[in-house]
Design a protein around this ligand. Structure first.
Ligand SMILES: Cc1ncc(C[n+]2csc(CCOP(=O)(O)OP(=O)(O)O)c2C)c(N)n1
Length: 530
């Protein structure tokens, strides 16, 4: 005889879950203990939102659901950010929280929230775990997060239900269904025909592509010599140092150049392109040849798009001879984009933002996983970090929620311990959850953090300027980044010298230790790149 909580733990362990992220309350202690007994490590964090963000990145890198566990009431309420992020940014997340037992008196409203109702709009599967349904709903919840597009399942388990003895049961594995399309050749023919007629085609790849297809799409683009742009969340699906790489589309730095390039294309192929990442409306204003494998955010499928298995389609394309010879039709846009990075004039006592990216890129190996927070620095790194390998760049872009960078870095490091991890964050975002540096040290997830210090929510200042509003309440007082790092047990330093930045980052990566590097920047410099 086993308890409901033990059954949940056993099902998770059977599914290959090795870590659950979270922050407990009394109501989940029994489940935590059962997780421990099942060999699942509990990654104790300092805020539930951070735990959920870390879990989802950890899960996606391991190609399994990330699991976060919280208490009821306030702990469960803190899950909105990571669940919203997983919903819009296609990350597989199973969130479990406690809830008040059903048999408590109706007057017991302490910490009682309508959690299922709150999360149902963004979770594709919401259930209460009971002794009677545990063997159904937990496997179902796991399978649901892994369905394309990846997303959120939400389960609640009351402390009373957790203790009830189950009659035992068989773990039912629900295989995720992948759309397959027997007519890949028909689609390949149609795409090839459209390309014959194009003199300036541009393939724009979005987060609707499974990174397992990276080798195929790289081969196709290279054998056909097709110009390619990507959205930020699939950075690394192609090698961004290759000659056919045009840039990152979707609101990053130099977005004007990318929008001009898209406008100049006579055929835009939206390969897994999901407008959830794009803050402008060109995806609606101009014709796009959609090549989607699964519905876009919100379940949307453009009217003229058929869902097609990407692997089968790419295999069919690779059997054909290229229908055209395109010789760098976007060269002028590529040059304009590059110039915006190197056209430097940093203000005194600061580093030119472009130099930060270049200094770090010159020393960090291609397998480095980069995470960013949200703000001007994200636009900078999103456009200019030269991603070379799939799954090596992580940002919140569908949701664009601050506090992602450090949490994602922890999840990434735990999932890929052998890869260096670099978090690039603003000083605003850093002060939202810098305390997770202590978590990273404690759980053995060392990474390098670069804090771009400008004493402001600079992206919002740029927005004030754009709206011709005075700067009002977008600057903040100084919190010493280096002292913050040291308070969490991590070495910190501050520099405005690109060489010192590069050598400090290289050393920390080689020695596999955490380091926080504060780099003063002038928030006005960003606007020259946007
Ligand atoms: C949770 C959350 N709150 C507010 C915002 C709105 N927002 C977007 S960028 C930004 C400024 C971020 O400042 P900082 O982290 O210092 O980065 P910077 O823009 O200076 O690079 C804000 C407040 C958001 N995206 N997410």
């Amino acid at each position: 005889m086993t308890s409901t909580a033990a059954a949940v733990a056993a099902i998770l362990a059977d599914a290959g879950i090795e870590r659950v992220f979270g922050l407990p309350g009394g109501e989940v202690l029994v489940l935590m203990e059962e997780l421990r007994r099942s060999g699942i490590d509990f990654v104790l964090m300092r805020h539930e939102a951070n735990a959920g963000l870390a879990a989802a990145v950890y899960g996606k890198l391991r190609r399994q659901p990330g699991v976060v566990l919280t208490t009821l009431g306030p702990g469960a309420a803190n899950l909105m950010l990571p669940m919203a992020n997983a919903y819009l940014d296609r990350e597989p997340l199973l969130a479990i929280s406690a809830q008040i037992p059903d048999d408590f008196p109706p007057s017991h409203t302490h910490q009682l929230l309508p959690l299922h109702d709150a999360y149902r709009p963004i979770a594709r599967y919401v259930e209460k775990i009971t002794v009677a349904n545990v063997f159904d709903v937990v496997p179902q919840a796991l399978a649901n997060c892994m369905e394309q597009p990846f997303g959120v399942s939400y389960l609640t388990l009351s402390a009373r239900e957790a203790l009830k003895p189950t009659a035992g049961g068989v773990t039912r594995t629900v295989a995720a269904t992948l759309l397959s399309d027997a007519s890949a050749h028909v689609h390949a023919d149609a795409l090839a025909r459209a390309l014959v007629a194009a003199s300036r085609p541009l393939v724009v790849i979005g987060l609707g592509i499974d990174t397992a297809n990276a080798p195929r799409i790289r081969r196709w683009l290279s054998e056909w010599n097709l110009p390619v742009a990507v959205t930020p969340k699939v950075k690394g699906i192609v090698d961004e140092t290759a000659a056919n790489f045009v840039g990152v589309a979707g609101g990053m730095a130099a977005d004007g150049v990318l929008c001009d390039a898209i406008a100049a294309a006579d055929l835009v192929v939206g390969f897994g392109l999901d407008p959830v990442e794009i803050d402008k409306t060109w995806h609606a204003d101009r014709p796009i040849r959609w090549v989607l494998e699964s519905p876009n955010a919100g379940g949307l499928v453009p009217p003229d798009a058929a869902l097609v298995d990407h692997a089968a389609l790419l295999d069919a394309l690779l059997e054909r001879t290229p229908p055209g010879r395109w010789r760098a039709p976007f060269a002028e846009f590529q040059q304009r984009r590059a110039r915006m990075l190197t056209d430097r004039t940093a203000s005194a006592g600061t580093m030119w933002p472009g130099d930060i990216v270049q200094a770090l890129a010159s020393v960090m190996p291609p397998e480095t996983i980069v995470t960013t927070d949200v703000g001007s620095h994200k636009f900078l790194f999103g456009q200019y970090w030269p991603s070379r390998e799939p799954d090596t760049f992580w940002m919140s872009n569908g949701l664009s929620g601050m506090a992602y960078g450090l949490s994602a870095a922890i999840g990434a490091k735990l999932a890929r311990p052998g890869a260096p991890v670099l978090a690039a964050v603003g000083d605003g975002g850093f002060s939202m959850n810098a305390q997770e540096l202590e978590t990273a040290e404690r759980v053995g997830a060392p990474f390098i953090t670069v804090v771009l210090e400008d004493g402001s929510y600079s992206l919002i200042k740029i927005s004030q300027a754009g709206k011709k509003l005075p700067f009002y309440r977008t600057d903040f007082g100084r919190i010493d980044t280096v002292t913050m790092a040291e308070a969490c047990g991590v070495e910190g330093l501050r520099t405005t010298d690109p060489d010192q930045l590069a050598s400090a980052a290289r050393r920390a990566a080689e020695e596999r230790r955490s380091l926080v590097i504060a780099v003063p920047v002038d928030d006005g410099d960003y606007s020259r790149m946007f």
